[in-house]
Write a new protein. Structure first.
Length: 254
């Protein structure tokens, strides 16, 4: 497998992720919810990670109603959780499944859309913590479970402004640049000695709450639904992308 692999061109089988264990952060809404539902439809045992029990239970119910493998809910507030909270999830994954085959880092916050000279410092710290430090911490505790997989995939959700900075995107853009770097470092460490591959995926424009906050005057009807963007996630989580690591991909053509 080479870097020429394009997850946008892959046509997943209906049971693409059968038997795989996949954890998804921010699984209660938006792209995270859509990816969770798509993974379940593809046969995965999904771990729904988020901070809102009610909305996670709603996603859980949708998956059950569709006859997919029963998911589990792991409550984790990325802003407030402490080390024992992360350890509890890692322990539960190993006890229940003995391994982890996929980890999708989707949760994140926008912060302020503001010039750097006016950016609120506490907001900057909060965005960097939720978007970067928490993703590192969760990855850190789940490495042992990922190592036990015969074919594990980690996806860090990126952004166009995390690959080419733009004015006023402040901490969000900086956090996504950091995610790109974290992914590259982790990929390099895992390659050759493990079955863990690591890539970033930029979903692009989508009809989500974060997008509405960033572009309040935009016509949401012109944006693709999150459900239409899940294919590349499935492609990168499944066997088709085995051996592809350290790459940066997009869900949509520019």
């Amino acid at each position: 497998m080479t870097a020429s692999f394009d997850p946008r061109r892959h046509d997943p089988a209906t049971d693409e992720l059968a038997g795989r264990v996949v954890a998804i952060t921010g699984a209660s809404s938006g792209i995270g919810r859509a990816v969770a539902l798509a993974c379940a439809r593809a046969g995965a045992n999904v771990i729904l990670i988020g901070r809102n029990a009610r909305t996670l239970e709603s996603v859980h119910g949708e998956i059950e109603a569709a006859g997919s493998p029963e998911p589990i809910i792991a409550l984790l507030d990325l802003e407030k959780s402490l080390a024992p909270d992360y350890d509890q999830i890692a322990t539960a994954v190993l006890e229940r499944y003995g391994r982890l085959d996929g980890l999708v880092h989707n949760a994140g916050i926008l912060g302020a859309v503001s010039p750097i000279e006016h950016y609120d410092v506490p907001t900057w710290v909060r965005v960097m913590h939720v978007n970067v430090t928490a993703a590192f911490a969760l990855t850190h505790v789940l490495v042992p479970a990922l190592r036990r997989s015969k074919d594990a995939s980690v996806i860090f959700t990126s952004s166009g402004v995390g690959r080419r900075g733009r004015a006023y995107w402040g901490a969000y853009a900086a956090s996504k640049f950091a995610i790109e770097g974290l992914s590259q470092v982790f990929a390099d460490e895992m390659e050759g000695s493990t079955n863990v591959r690591v890539n970033t995926l930029n979903p692009g424009r989508a009809r989500t709450q974060m997008r509405r906050t960033a572009y309040p005057a935009e016509d949401a009807n012109t944006l693709p639904l999150p459900e239409t963007l899940t294919g590349p996630y499935i492609a990168l989580l499944g066997p088709a992308s085995r051996g592809v690591t350290g790459q940066a991909f997009d869900c949509q053509s520019h």
